[in-house]
Structure formats: structure tokens, C-alpha cells
Design a protein around this ligand. Structure first.
Ligand code: C5P
Length: 214
């Protein structure tokens, strides 16, 4: 069974997908981490985000996702891919055609013959258009920025709310306006706006819908 969870940045998709995967005993696949790992490699090696250079990088790059960890060229890079800088580069690199082809192939092959829940931007529209369940999780841009801002402040990172808000707006724009597999709501997706909903409520809602089909 495939459960697709799509939505904009900072909507809480990964938190929810992880909780639901544990509850249903499904494997969880964080597809954003794959784009982030590529962004990290480009950043580390000073590679500009243009087709020609990134195509070359892809030829010698191996991405794996195993036991909730992301591997870049056989090394776990979970701890290096969550910064604001890598978020911005990931949003840029994910618009390149060959990047998407390679990541979508990987997402399909690691999901083969398993019960999986994947979160991303194009899972229900492009990676698995025939997914058993599709959820589109969203929240107002101000609420998403507020959550992200609080998260950064809790980590001791000094940033202004306005900068976080502008960054999220830019990522929303990049993700929804790119030519290949943009962020959009699949026709048959169940939309959950969690601006005023707790994580527990969303988790319960998804589990009750999916449990009917198990
Ligand atoms: O979900 P997360 O914020 O970790 O994703 C990082 C970036 O990767 C997103 O801003 C988006 O541009 C890209 N992405 C994508 N397609 C996916 C998952 C993520 O384009 N399926």
C-alpha cells in the first residue's frame, strides 16, 4: 500500500508521516531529504545549480534512504541537510529535470512491494499517481512561518520572523511554479488544513481513513 502526503514547506508533513508510519507499521520515506542531500553535495563542492553542472554531479552521486536515514555517497548526512541555506538550494536543485528523474526512480524502486508512506511535493501527482491514499497537508503561510521561526529560535538560531516568512513564500513560489512536477493538489487528494488543528487530530484523521482500507 502507498500513502502519499504532499503539501508546502513547513506544513508538518514529515512529523505527521512519521507518526502515522509508526502507528500503522509502514515504512516512512522522506523524499525532501533526497533533494536536500543533493543540495548539500552541490553546496559543499561549490557546484552551481545549473543543468550542465548538476548533470555531471549526478553521474558520480549515489543517494540511498535506509532506516530513516539519508545517505550521500555511502555517508549518512542527516545532520547536515536541515539548515535554511540547504533548504533554499534544495528548492532550486529540485526544479532540474534530470534531478527529478533520478529521485523519482529511486523513490519508486525503494517503495516497491512494501507498505510505505512518502512525504513530498509531487508524490500523489507524479511519483505515485495511483497511490492508495493521497493527503494534501497545508496551513496558512503565516502559521507555517511562525512554527519554523519558533523551531529556529529553540535551536538558538538568531533570525527574524519576516526573513523566515519571506523564505517560505519564496519556496512556495519555486515549488508551485516550476515546470516539472510542481506542487499542486492531486484531484483525488484529501485536503487537511492544519492551521488550527493539532498533530494528534491530523494523525487520528489519517489513521481512521486508512484503517478502513486495511
Ligand atoms: O520537504 P522538504 O522541505 O525537506 O523538501 C526540500 C525541498 O525539496 C522542497 O523545498 C522542494 O523544493 C523539494 N522537494 C520536491 N519534491 C519532493 C520533495 C521535496 O521538489 N517530492
Amino acid at each position: 500500500m502507498i500513502i502519499a502526503i504532499d503539501g508546502p514547506s513547513g506544513a508538518g508533513k514529515s512529523t505527521i508521516a512519521k507518526l502515522v508510519s509508526k502507528n500503522l507499521n509502514f515504512e516512512y520515506i522522506d523524499t525532501g531529504a533526497m533533494y536536500r542531500a543533493l543540495a548539500y553535495k552541490a553546496f559543499k563542492n561549490n557546484i552551481p545549480i545549473i543543468d550542465e553542472k548538476i548533470d555531471k554531479m549526478l553521474k558520480t552521486t549515489k543517494i540511498d534512504y535506509l532506516n530513516n536515514s539519508i545517505y550521500l555517497d555511502d555517508e549518512v548526512v542527516d545532520d547536515y541537510i536541515r539548515s535554511e541555506n540547504i533548504s533554499k538550494i534544495a528548492s532550486m536543485i529540485s526544479s532540474l529535470g534530470n534531478v527529478r528523474l533520478k529521485m523519482v526512480d529511486l523513490q519508486r524502486s525503494i517503495s516497491n512491494n512494501k507498505n510505505v508512506i512518502l512525504d513530498g511535493r509531487d508524490i500523489g501527482t507524479n511519483v505515485f499517481p495511483n497511490a492508495d491514499y493521497k493527503f494534501f497537508i497545508t496551513a496558512s503561510v503565516e502559521e507555517r512561518a511562525k512554527r519554523r521561526y519558533n523551531e529556529l529560535v529553540d535551536k538558538g538560531i538568531c533570525v527574524s520572523y519576516d526573513t523566515v516568512l519571506q523564505d517560505i513564500k519564496l519556496r512556495d513560489y519555486n515549488d508551485s511554479s516550476r515546470q516539472i512536477a510542481p506542487l499542486k493538489i492531486a484531484d483525488d487528494a484529501i485536503i487537511i488544513d492544519n492551521t488550527n488543528m493539532s498533530i494528534q487530530d491530523i494523525q487520528n484523521k489519517i489513521i481512521s481513513i486508512v484503517s478502513e482500507g486495511l
